[in-house]
Write a protein that binds this ligand. Structure first.
Ligand code: ZN
Length: 483
């Protein structure tokens, strides 16, 4: 009886290669063969699905807002360059959340990564063929794991001695999932997971027809691939190194009030009181927040930045929040942010890119704004209001100087100065403008000038009023008045 089984076992051992337990190298060889990685130098794939904009949720702990997406990606594995092109159209109805909503026209965006990118072209290593090529060129480790009742081989390696990449290989030698962790100024070390399924064969190259990606807790891409062209001409050029330096050009807009314009966008505003200074808006990078602080220390020497007003939780408006806590500033923000800021933003590990707060942690001091909060030294007042009904986000704050009649406003009124897909057609008022107009009326605020967080300069409130009348004109920029 036993003898009958010997040839079968021998055959099984042959099928498995050597019969010896597999190591990472042989698993990768099998994956490479299964998906045709060795002969693949470039690929172009396209499809459609739903894209969700990271860091732009309506609620602080909620999912990112969705857009319909047409998607094309070209990868050059030899050059380690990836080019993603996406055309987004409006999905949410009514508009809820950021990402440039509401879109009245298709919005096209292109992202190119290469050796100069922050992760050195690491994005390529998250694609199935890029992953197996990168894993084979590294010192991978291997373990076996049961995932949702399915036995998987997990191959791990590290890119640039810093970024860990895990790939989950199934019994068919197909890559089902890649995970890695990327630094984020708000969320810290952030898990990025990409699921690949429904592999199809294209002249010996297998490619997944379904791609599903999560960035942090929530999905960012749910793509159905419809076209795959192995070894298509790529003609990709590596992007230049990104500009990470921050630059501030302060504009004095009233006595002791400065509009902090500069790069990267968005902008902030500083208000000087008798004994301290307030900075409104946290910015898109920690570097820009720190540059704003340095500029304010120059403009109002010797005065502490005692308060910081955080307009909302979006990734381009809260990246400096941790730096203000490290500075010792009291953070004024909407009460809805309590859990998100206390339990995630200030708790999550930032080991991949340690920031000012992780190097200098301090107990955070918050003022949780319910509907209104006033800072005053008896002479100057700054009134901070919530903006109910602003579909951009449920927790928006705007800041008003009653004496100077200046309103600092974020995202529901922008002043980019060039046409954008969210410019409404003539005669249409965007719901975000309408919400701002309604709130100014409700609160009886006498606003003369709007200081937009996204923009180049302070503008007259006439721009908003004209838009609300349905007379939409291209916004104009008033020249800066200097320091
Ligand atoms: Zn926003």
């Amino acid at each position: 009886m036993w003898k009958r089984w010997v040839p079968v076992l021998a055959l099984l051992a042959l099928c498995a290669g050597t019969g010896a337990p597999k190591d990472a190298k042989s698993v990768l060889d099998d994956v490479s063969k299964a998906i045709g990685a060795a002969s693949l130098n470039t690929i172009q794939y396209s499809g459609s699905g739903v894209y969700s904009q990271f860091g732009q949720s309506y609620l602080p702990n909620g999912p990112y807002p969705k857009f319909y997406a047409k998607y094309t990606r070209v990868v050059d594995y030899g050059k380690n360059i990836s080019r993603e092109e996406m055309v987004r159209t409006q999905f949410e109805n009514p508009p809820r959340g950021g990402g440039g909503q509401p879109l009245y026209r298709p919005a096209r965006g292109v992202t190119v990564t290469g050796e100069n990118s922050p992760w050195g072209g690491g994005a390529v290593a998250l694609t199935p063929h890029g992953w197996v090529k990168a894993a084979m060129a590294s010192n991978p480790t291997m373990k076996s794991m049961s995932v949702k009742g399915k036995q998987m081989t997990v191959i791990s390696f590290t890119v640039r001695d810093k970024y860990k990449v895990n790939g989950y290989v199934d019994s068919q030698n197909l890559l089902e999932k890649v995970e890695t962790w990327m630094p984020n100024p708000i969320l810290g070390d952030t898990l990025i997971e990409t699921d690949y399924s429904d592999y199809k064969d294209f002249s010996g190259v297998k490619f997944p027809m379904k791609i599903f990606q999560k960035d942090g807790v929530f999905p960012v891409l749910d793509l159905t691939v419809s076209d795959v062209q192995p070894n298509a001409p790529a003609n990709l050029e590596a992007p230049r190194a990104p500009q990470t330096a921050a630059h501030v050009e302060s504009q004095k807009i009233a006595d002791g009030v400065w509009y902090l314009a500069g790069t990267p966008d968005p902008n902030s505003m500083a208000v000087e009181f008798k004994d301290y200074v307030v900075i409104i808006e946290s910015s898109v990078t920690e570097a820009r927040a720190l540059a704003n602080m340095e500029e304010v220390k120059r403009l109002a020497p010797g005065k502490p930045i005692r308060y910081h007003v955080n307009s909302h939780h979006h990734s381009d408006h809260a990246a400096g929040l941790r730096a203000y806590v490290a500075e010792g500033s009291i953070v004024l923000t909407h009460e809805m942010n309590k859990k998100f800021y206390e339990q995630m933003v200030l708790k999550n590990p930032h080991t991949l890119e340690p920031d000012r707060f992780s190097q200098n942690p301090k107990p955070a001091k918050f003022i949780w704004v319910k509907d209104k909060y006033v800072l005053s030294d008896g002479d100057r007042s700054l009134e901070v209001y919530t903006v109910p009904g602003a579909g951009h986000t449920a927790n928006l704050l705007m800041s008003y100087l009653p004496k100077e009649k200046i309103l600092f406003i974020t995202d529901i009124f922008n002043q980019f100065g060039e046409p954008r897909p969210n410019d409404p057609p003539p005669g249409i008022v965007t719901p975000y403008y309408a919400a701002l107009g309604d709130n100014l009326k409700r609160l009886h605020l006498d606003v003369q000038q709007l200081a937009p967080s996204h923009g180049k300069a302070v503008v007259s409130v006439d721009l908003l009023n004209k838009a609300l009348e349905g007379v939409v004109k291209a916004p104009e920029v008033t020249p800066p008045s200097g320091n």
